[in-house]
Design a protein around this ligand. Structure first.
Ligand code: NDP
Ligand code: GDP
Length: 325
């Protein structure tokens, strides 16, 4: 039986990846930070909260990662833990650098010291590209220009993973994932903020939805599809880096329209702009070229943005109705 250690296991991707690995017969160990109020609602929603064995630790504490790797003896390490919200990274840049940047280096060091033959996945991000106008389509060859402390921290982790591959022969892969969403997405991210508001407005619990820059464009996919790409990277013969995206970009405005249309409402009647949601530096356009992942890994996004938004609105309608009971 193969075993995997998943950091960030209580996050969106941690939940979907754990489900996938359990279905494939892995023993899954989840690396979980101590919180005064533990939140494992995502594992519960997927019905796997009893199946993931938890190991307590923090990405900023190398000793806890070393212990986790010894205890799990993992064949595959998926480093998904991060302070992952771009907006927060301007308010807490140092925490973001520690957990998102140094945290990945700690995980790599744990692999090097305890089990150098383990395969390592690094959760890199399209935010590293910064959406520069001279590169309207981003691939593995596109130069990086991160525009937030989050993007800068992720770029450090990305290059460290490449460096450990080149220096020590660690089987380290970076998945440069574009935005991916699901009913398990954190409420602070724009898609989930929209679908939660659509549900509340439809059910008479909310009047307006306040957003920032609705002209920004993102390449949005479904997290359930994207975790398959992570796993496929570690099953390939050689370690490498891959863009994972749908190849379609949509404005925040049009994404809102899809969600409001689904429940028969006109988004223009409800969406208002509040400049407090503008960012100090914006990533205007993300559009990924997933050809390499398609050709080498045989991976392709399956879920359309319409299907994704409908799935998320349905889930939020269900949750809000439950709350109202
Ligand atoms: P989430 O924010 O949902 O999950 C991140 C998890 O990491 C949370 O459970 C969080 O716990 C945990 N974590 C944060 N800091 C620490 C720490 N110091 N020690 C241990 N655990 C910690 O992110 P996603 O699941 O959406 O994303 C997974 C990874 O992929 C992240 O690294 C993200 O940056 C990256 N990524 C995500 C994209 C997306 O669109 N979703 C796109 C590209 C990359 P807690 O909440 O308790 O702090
Ligand atoms: P990101 O791409 O990782 O930053 O994912 P987000 O979902 O947080 O943001 C996606 C885009 O939506 C960014 O360009 C944001 O500026 C834009 N956006 C507009 N209004 C909002 C808002 O109210 N909240 C968030 N999170 N993003 C918003």
């Amino acid at each position: 039986m193969k075993s995997a250690l998943v950091t960030g296991v209580l996050g969106q991707d941690g939940a979907y990846l754990s489900k996938l690995l359990l279905e494939k017969g892995y023993k899954v160990y989840g690396f979980v930070a101590r919180r005064s109020t533990p939140v494992d609602w995502r594992l519960q929603e997927l019905g796997i909260d009893k199946d993931v064995e938890r190991i307590e630790g923090d990405m900023t504490d190398l000793s806890s990662l070393v212990r986790a790797l010894k205890e799990s003896n993992a064949d595959e390490v998926y480093n998904l833990a991060a302070q992952s919200f771009v907006g927060t990274s301007w308010n807490q840049p140092i925490l973001t650098a520690y957990s998102t940047g140094i945290g990945a280096l700690n995980a790599l060091e744990a692999v090097r010291l305890v089990k150098p033959e383990a395969k390592y996945y690094q959760a890199s991000t399209s935010e590293m590209f910064g959406g520069m106008p001279e590169h309207p389509l981003q691939s593995e060859e596109t130069p990086f220009h991160p525009r937030s402390p989050y993007g800068v921290s992720k770029l450090f982790a990305h290059w460290m993973t490449r460096n450990y591959r080149e220096s020590f022969g660690i089987f380290g892969c970076c998945g440069i994932l574009f935005n991916h969403e699901s009913p398990l997405r954190g409420i602070e991210f724009v898609t989930r903020k929209v679908t939660d508001a659509v549900a509340r407005i439809k059910l008479g619990q909310q009047d307006k939805l306040y957003l920032g820059n609705i002209d920004a464009k993102r390449d949005w996919g479904f997290a359930g599809d994207y975790v398959e790409a992570m796993w496929k990277m570690l099953q390939h013969d050689t370690p490498d880096d891959y863009v994972v995206a749908t190849g379609r970009t949509t404005t925040v405005r049009d994404m809102c329209k899809i969600a409001f249309d689904y429940v028969g409402l006109n988004y223009e009647d409800y969406v208002e702009i509040d400049p407090k949601f503008y960012r100090p530096a914006e990533v205007d356009l993300l559009l990924g070229d997933p050809k390499k992942a398609e050709n080498v890994l045989g991976w392709k996004a399956k879920t359309t943005l319409e299907e994704l938004m409908h799935m998320m609105v349905d889930a939020d309608l269900r949750r809000v109705k439950q709350e109202m009971k």
